[in-house]
Design a protein around this ligand. Structure first.
Ligand code: SF4
Length: 315
């Protein structure tokens, strides 16, 4: 089995205590059965601490978050006491995987980094590497040849990524060609109307509504801003990321157009929010853009319900 990753994948490291929006806060973390079994066998004080801080619902174990929604093993320095006490190999699957996601094909697994993590966001948007896939390794797991649908999807995706990376065109020309080339067009809505639609979705982070309020109150002039080369490149990479992460879902649901439209709509919403901030604050730092992307990703990409609602709206 081939493991395929974006070239920036190898450069990722969790910034742990320096992370301002730790994934160990605000998310309920399920513990896989195998790790839970290992935790049950840990003795001594730490074993007691584990058993006091793990709940189970319908047979699914998870860490019991404290009143501030922090994982009980996240210490005051922002470090994980399970890693410090037992070692990194004792993390449950979700903790050791985050912020990675996987897309499965007959002969390969693709692994990417999710933008809900600020360290991944910095790397994806502003790191040294543009979007490009590479072979990370090949293991002995048995595979079969790619199906016709997979071959077609990978070919479409490659064509899209080549278009998105064509810097002889402006970003808006690339987005327009993406629409034209794959017969897409976004439903006709103003940014304020899209913001109202996003407000109707499940909300995980109250900051989302602050951003939507900003979008709902924006003037036409505030919805466009000049892109410097770094920011234009960041938006290009963002589009590539959304295509890489979400197009392969069309193998299951055949919603090619809606998934391409999702990438475009996501870019439009993030660009628009960035533009209003640029006008009101007279600048747009990398950190602010990374944070906008982080909020968008965690609100939308990590909620199946929200993804489904948007894809339905775009069909
Ligand atoms: S969000 Fe990313 S950088 Fe922050 S703690 Fe989680 S994996 Fe590490």
């Amino acid at each position: 089995m081939k493991i395929i990753v974006p070239t920036y994948y190898r450069d990722f490291t969790c910034i742990a205590g320096a992370c301002k929006h730790s994934c160990c806060i605000g998310w309920e973390i399920d513990i896989d059965d195998e790790t839970n079994e290992i935790y049950r066998r840990i003795g001594g004080d730490f074993g007691m601490r584990l058993s006091h801080n793990i709940d189970s619902e319908d047979g699914q174990a998870h860490f019991r978050l404290d009143e501030d929604e922090r994982c009980p093993f996240l210490n005051k320095h922002g470090l994980c006491d399970i890693i410090l006490t037992l070692g990194e190999d004792h993390l449950c699957q979700i903790c050791s995987d985050h912020p990675r996601f996987r897309n499965f094909f007959s002969d390969r697994t693709e692994i990417g980094l999710g933008l809900c993590c600020e360290a991944a966001g910095k790397l994806i948007l502003f790191g040294d590497r543009d979007f490009e896939l590479t072979l990370l390794c090949e293991d002995d797991e048995k595979t079969t040849a790619l199906t016709d649908d997979e071959v077609e999807l990978l070919s479409i995706r490659q064509d899209i990524v080549s278009l998105l990376c064509d810097r002889s065109l402006t970003l808006s020309e690339r987005a327009a060609r993406l629409c034209a080339g794959w017969g897409n067009s976004l439903p006709h809505k103003s940014i304020a109307e899209w913001a109202a639609f996003y407000r109707s979705l499940e909300c995980l982070d109250p900051k989302r509504d602050e951003i939507l309020t900003v979008l709902e109150s924006a003037s036409i002039e505030e919805l466009h801003f000049p892109l410097d080369s770094d920011t234009e490149r960041a938006f290009e990479r963002l589009l590539c990321y959304f295509i890489f992460r979400h197009l392969s879902g069309a193998l299951e649901d055949f919603r090619y157009e809606a998934r391409i439209s999702f990438a475009l709509l996501s870019l439009l919403m993030i660009y628009s929010a960035a533009s209003v901030i640029y006008h009101r604050k007279k600048s747009l730092s990398h950190a602010v853009l990374i944070d906008l992307v982080r909020i968008y990703s965690s609100e939308i990409e990590y909620s199946e319900e929200n993804m489904e609602a948007i894809l339905n709206e775009l069909e």
